[in-house]
Design a protein around this ligand. Structure first.
Ligand code: GLY
Length: 395
């Protein structure tokens, strides 16, 4: 491990908190911290960009439950519980419609194996005390007539909602501006460390932005932010997701009335219908480093799998294809709070749940930035849980 001191001069831009990364996680952290009276700055060339521009925005605590992720489930449910008030506050404050839609989710099975898998998921959901109802294939089609005749059964989860992440990001930028958050629209070159403490960030232009506390919220880029000591660097990696956007012409509406999802040949596919006629189809999951190319194979697989679920999609205009990078962590859960380097905190590693976890992350980060302690619900997500990877500094 090497820890170097920064000898550059701090500019006149000094804040209590400097958030590196203006995606939804960085923005919600900045907004909530500013609401608590801290002087906050965000460093990002394009605030409101990042993975939120690609994500479908499913708030899927129940249908995305996986074995071994019960601790994460607690945080996901807590964030889902906070969503109505969070969305209402953000809309009241900014006037932005967030596309928040409480129309529920239907997870369906296309063959006997899928059906067995979904039955197991249903059992796990019930053991975990979650609301989820088993439906026959016919009942699924009665709810969603566009579903393929071959659908064998499914889980109706009315509590898994959706939001439009692009609108959410724009609203958070507006909320930050209203709360007095300063935006530095440039790239961060590296962390500035002075006397064994994070002291700010050096910009691409060579300016040092000083800060009492630095929050690294740069999504998948957080895992390779220069200047962060090796033993503190978060174990976060990019997991590529390709996503399609189709448009439902008025004459076909309502095409789907809720999110429909399935696992087809081992891959997740979901269709998220927005009120404005957009239909989001996602997503691939690819461990390909920093590549964000939209590939013919990715588009083909998504359309093939979505077509098996809802054959009528081939009639719809394909309006957009995008790829983004999920910040994956070793246990698929976020890293929140202080690190082994004084003055440096993390808000990253949200993997498949960044949009869902936005409200609880903002609250937890504002709490730790003002008190030094994570609130109870966020304690299991301390970066220090990775032990040897992220340890305290020896005295
Ligand atoms: N949460 C959906 C995805 O990551 O694809």
């Amino acid at each position: 491990m090497s820890r170097t001191s920064d000898t550059s001069h701090t500019s006149e831009h000094t804040s209590d908190v400097l958030v590196v990364g203006g995606g939804i996680i960085g923005l919600v952290t900045a907004w909530r911290a500013a609401q608590r009276g801290l002087a906050v700055a965000v460093l990002d060339p394009e605030p409101g960009g990042g993975a939120a521009q690609v994500a479908a925005g499913m708030l899927a605590a129940v249908t995305e439950l996986h074995y071994g992720e019960q601790t994460l489930l607690g945080l996901n449910l807590e964030s889902a519980r906070r969503y109505p008030d969070f969305a209402a506050e953000l809309t009241d404050l900014t006037g932005h419609d967030l596309g928040y839609r409480r129309s529920g989710t239907l997870a369906v099975a296309l063959d006997a194996d899928d059906r067995a898998h979904l039955r197991e998921l249903h059992a796990l959901q019930r053991q975990s005390g979650l609301d989820s109802e088993w439906l026959s294939g016919r009942e699924c089609r009665r709810l969603e007539p566009m579903l393929a005749p071959g659908v064998r059964g499914g889980l109706r989860v009315d509590g898994d909602h959706q939001i439009d992440p692009r609108r959410l990001a724009a609203a958070l930028v507006a909320a930050c501006e209203r709360a007095g958050v300063a935006f530095h629209r440039t790239w961060a070159e590296r962390l500035s460390v002075v006397r064994e403490r994070a002291a700010g960030v050096v910009t691409r232009e060579g300016e040092v932005l000083g800060a009492g506390q630095v929050v690294l919220a740069a999504g998948s880029l957080s895992g390779r932010f220069p200047g962060v000591p090796d033993d503190v660097l978060p174990p976060v990696r990019p997991v590529k997701g390709q996503v399609l956007r189709l448009t439902v012409p008025q004459r076909y509406a309502p095409f789907l009335s809720r999110t429909v999802r399935a696992v087809v040949r081992g891959s997740q596919v979901y269709l998220v219908p927005r009120e404005n006629g957009e239909l989001v189809v996602g997503a691939t999951s690819e461990e390909l480093g920093w590549d964000t190319t939209v590939t013919a194979g990715g588009v083909y697989e998504l359309l093939r799998d979505a077509h098996e679920l809802v054959p009528g999609i081939t009639e719809l205009p394909l309006t957009e294809t995008r790829a983004g990078l999920r910040p994956g962590s070793p246990d698929n859960a976020p890293l929140l709070g202080p690190t082994g380097l004084e003055g440096l905190l993390l808000a990253t590693g949200h993997y498949r749940n960044g949009v869902l976890l936005t409200p609880v992350t903002g609250d937890a980060m504002a709490h730790v930035l003002t008190t030094g302690e994570l609130p109870d619900e966020a304690r299991p997500f301390t970066p220090r849980r990775f032990g040897a990877v992220l340890t305290e500094q020896p005295a």
